[in-house]
Write a protein that binds this ligand. Sequence first.
Ligand code: AHG
Ligand code: MN
Ligand code: MN
Length: 321
Amino acid sequence: MLITVQHHILQQQEDLFPEARGNFSSLLSGMTLATKMIQAKIRRAGLVDILGAAGETNVQGEAQQKLDVYANQAVLHCLGARESVAMMVSEENAQPITLDRSETGKYIIVFDPLDGSSNIDVNVSVGTIFSILRRPDGVHGEAAVLQPGWKQVAAGYVLYGSSTIFVYTAGHGVFGFTLEPEIGAFVLTFPNMKMPAQGAMYSVNEANVDTFPDSCRAYLSRLRERGYSSRYIGSLVADFHRTLLKGGVFLYPPTKKNPQGKLRLLYEANPLAFVAEQAGGQAIAGGSRIMDIEPRSIHERTPLIIGSKVEVGEYYEMQKG
Ligand code: AHG
Ligand code: MN
Ligand code: MN
């Protein structure tokens, strides 16, 4: 039987969140709609005027690509119209976007509309990452978003690769869907995904190795001595998705250029950490679990070591010294 993502979410909602009354599924279907719009644009890259820089820099001081702007608007548009959304936080917007439902809406959406955007012009996989939080009562503005990752209600990502894949968790396992282009629906292709307990690959930007912490350098040499191979795409979603399927470890440790790490806690590390843990893997910043970090600002960065239990566990032991 063909199970679409809509069907699956409704079923999960009935079984697991009977109190959600359609809110949650309407929200996730807003997300899948946005990602279908984004993938349609990506599939026409080169044919329509979508490649290249948009001429602005975002809050991170990074050049925005045209597709960053398009993807951001698609998500804001598709989710902004949903009743249950109180507030949205995007990598591409310095401030949270508050809606007229910011005191009544049930959920806050945090997202990276286009991850790996520097890869778009060279036909390499990119993605979208999202995290869904409950709106806490009595807390307003940015403070409402500053919740540790263990409070996430759901999280996931879309990978625009050789096919378009939607992966999500609502805290009861990880499920993956492939977009069937003929019918325009995401169809369940990876039920109950589990990350292998150990893998044979590590993934890190090795050009930064001279400025990694000593323990990280020692860790990588140890993996090399054991015969590990290396893969690095430079799109977090794609590097993570491979790690989820094949096992092993992805690392973005502190570097001289980015002493706090490069990746963003709320819309890159936390959602992928939730998926990883739900699939039996782990995610740490070094000495601490990613999902235990109390965020202090919405665009905060963190080191990220994420992947199989064995590899991440060993990193944790080595960084203790
Ligand atoms: P984004 O395109 O959303 O700004 O994210 C880029 C990130 C991430 O996708 C990837 O893991 C990392 O940047 C790669 O960084 P380096 O080029 O420093 O390795
Ligand atoms: Mn990103
Ligand atoms: Mn991005």
